[in-house]
Ligand binder design. Structure first.
Ligand SMILES: [Zn+2]
Length: 116
């Protein structure tokens, strides 16, 4: 893998997309996943694709984790969603997933779906 030809895909989505976080499916079909798939189709293996793995693209509060109805950050729920996001990003074409949510345990939970 040659990292000198790489791109980090991340976004700050408009607030109108924020309701997407309420559905796990939305993370799989998120803007980063769609961008990864489009780039992979366009450039093949010529570019290493790195995906920002976070939830803030889908929150209306701007935090990188899932918030409960009372506004508390639910770390465990956030980890589940982040792991699903990492898998969906890999399936969409990411060569590397880059955990950035800073939730306790994110790096560990992101690795589990990819363990042999
Ligand atoms: Zn974030």
């Amino acid at each position: 893998m040659k990292l000198e030809r790489s791109a980090l895909i991340w976004t700050c989505a408009p607030k109108r997309w924020a309701t997407a976080l309420r559905s796990r499916v939305a993370a799989r079909e998120g803007i980063i996943q769609r961008a990864l798939a489009a780039l992979r189709d366009e450039v093949g293996d010529e570019l290493v694709l790195i995906a920002d793995t976070c939830l803030c693209e889908y929150t209306d509060h701007g935090h990188c984790g899932h918030a409960t109805e009372s506004g508390e950050i639910d770390n465990d729920r956030s980890l589940e969603m982040l792991a699903e996001t990492a898998v969906s990003q890999a399936r969409a074409g990411a060569d590397i997933v880059a955990p950035s949510a800073m939730m306790d345990g994110q790096v560990h939970i992101d690795q589990q779906p990819f363990a042999l």
